[in-house]
Design a protein around this ligand. Structure first.
Ligand code: ZN
Length: 509
């Protein structure tokens, strides 16, 4: 009889922004939606299109044990609005059926690995991830290890924690440890096969934090994560601290602290309590201030006109496709045009119609570019400007640095337009500009760029750090779906009281 371990792989990944347009089946299909034979053959042959977590998980088991992946379903959409309910229901049913079938096959299942985001919403459901996790447990029963990896922007509900054995969240933001966390999940799975019994304790701290203050290189969140990591040892298997995603605007919103110990509930409880107390005591450090739009453009104008000054990067953090933003607002662009700031590169405007028009007109064409001609989303105002087509490419590329490193990305047909003194990269798929390769493929030499405007909240830092040091980065306060200014998000569904909306509230773990 074979001793090969059979481990199911599945996941639903969506960072849901309550106010962004619904994430329909197509948005999953265009990103990642694989099941059955297709999923099996990707696992066998070319895993480059899979998330780093899944690649890390599989690579580690490949090297360590005789095992057999049992592919169920992987679905991932770009950050956007809640999942269309019908699609989510279909996905859940598909996962359930796949797991049930696997359980009935000879050998059943020796484990389930879930690659999840953790800030998922469906149209009629706040705890979409809890729905997935409890379905999994319901099918496989209590004896089968269930381990999930989560993005640190996720939320952990009691249901998610109770339905799984171990939750492993990213430790880095920008997220450059996805592969490592998959590896960690695999190692914990093998340890469970050898008899380790994990105990997980969850404490939800009533805090929502501005996305820009959740970097892990330094700052309050870095300190908290480091404190947790310093306690790993024979007793503590994993410490996951998920800061959450404010624009989800859901009953699930909170900072989630999950500590997992080996065979000892009390030590997990003690450490979770200590970390929650520390997070709460530090809450004021998370409040941040951005640079007002006009002041940011003043800086850009001054850099553009004085070659002796260092180049700057204006981060349009409120229109981050990586947080459900549409990647097409024109507040900064309009101001730069009006002030006639030259030598600017803008990466990237998501506008499928405009990219298609540029491709149709051809290289060198002059035309009146109409941005957002068909957009109905709040904040995505229309803009017309005279433009010249400077470059045209298909948008397939392999990520070079940061969160997209080594991953295949398809931006769809792309065009580089020149409007006044500004070069604008126009793309057909909604991605945040987190990798220099997205602009380099259009012929842009970033080492020569004086003023770079990037539509991304923070992940760009791991891609563009070879050109821009932290002191050259200006986080701009413009309107948008992903503004880190919490009061401007108009949150209506988060549990109250919650910090900082209820700034005088008292709380203890
Ligand atoms: Zn994230």
């Amino acid at each position: 009889m074979s001793t090969s371990k059979r481990i199911a792989i599945l996941g639903f990944s969506l960072e849901a922004n309550r106010n962004a347009p619904v994430s329909d089946k197509k948005s999953f299909e265009q990103t990642l939606y694989v099941h059955g034979e297709t999923f099996a053959s990707i696992l066998d042959t070319d895993r480059a299109t899979l998330p780093g977590t899944v690649r890390g998980f599989c690579a580690t088991l490949d090297q360590s044990i005789d095992w057999q992946p049992v592919p169920i379903v992987l679905a991932e959409a770009p950050p956007g609005g809640p999942a269309e309910q019908a699609f989510f229901d279909q996905l859940l049913a598909q996962m359930k059926q796949g797991l049930e079938q696997a359980m009935h096959e000879p050998g059943g299942l020796d484990g389930v690995y879930i690659s999840e985001h953790g800030a998922g919403l469906a149209m009629d459901l706040d705890d979409a991830d809890g729905e997935v996790f409890s379905m999994v447990r319901g099918v496989v029963g209590a004896g089968v290890p269930v381990i999930a990896t989560l993005d640190l922007h996720g939320h952990v509900t009691p249901r998610m924690n109770e339905s799984t054995d171990v939750l492993v969240a990213y430790l880095t933001n920008p997220h450059v440890d996805q592969f490592e966390r998959g590896t960690e999940a695999a190692k914990i799975m093998m340890e469970m096969h050898r008899g380790m019994q994990p105990h997980s304790v969850l404490i939800r701290v009533p805090m929502i934090s501005p996305a820009v203050s959740l970097l892990t290189a330094s700052g309050p969140y870095a300190d908290l994560i480091n404190l947790g990591q310093s306690r790993l040892g024979p007793d503590i298997v994993n410490v996951s601290i998920l800061a959450g995603f404010a624009p989800a605007d859901a009953s699930t919103n909170a900072m989630s602290i999950v500590v997992t110990s080996r065979n000892n509930h009390a030590s997990a409880q003690k450490l979770a309590y200590e970390l929650a107390t520390s997070a709460w005591a530090d809450r004021k450090r998370y409040i941040t201030s951005l640079t007002p739009l006009k002041a940011a453009v003043d800086k850009a104008a001054s850099v553009a006109s004085s070659p002796a000054k260092s180049a700057i990067l204006l981060a349009d953090v409120a229109d981050n496709p990586g947080g459900g933003g549409r990647g097409n607002t024109v507040y900064l662009l309009k101001e730069l045009i009006q002030r006639q700031v030259g030598g600017v590169v803008l990466g990237m405007m998501y506008d499928e119609l405009l990219a298609a028009e540029a491709h149709q007109l051809g290289l060198g064409a002059s035309f009146n570019a109409r941005f957002n001609r068909d957009e109905t989303t709040r904040f995505s105002e229309a803009l017309s400007a005279d433009a010249v087509v400077e470059a045209l490419i298909d948008g397939t590329c392999i990520g070079r640095r940061g969160i997209y490193a080594d991953r295949c990305v398809d931006l769809g047909p792309c065009a580089l337009l020149r409007v006044a003194g500004i070069q604008i990269a126009v793309v057909s798929r909604r991605y945040q500009c987190a990798d220099p390769v997205f602009l380099e493929r259009l012929g842009i030499d970033l080492s020569q760029s004086r003023v770079l405007v990037i539509k991304s909240r923070g992940h760009f830092r791991a891609g563009f750090d070879e050109y821009f040091k932290p002191e050259q980065i200006v986080e701009v306060d413009a309107p948008g779906l992903t503004t880190p200014v919490i009061p401007n998000l108009n949150l209506t569904r988060v549990p109250r009281p919650i910090y900082p909306l209820d700034s005088q509230m008292c709380w203890a773990p």
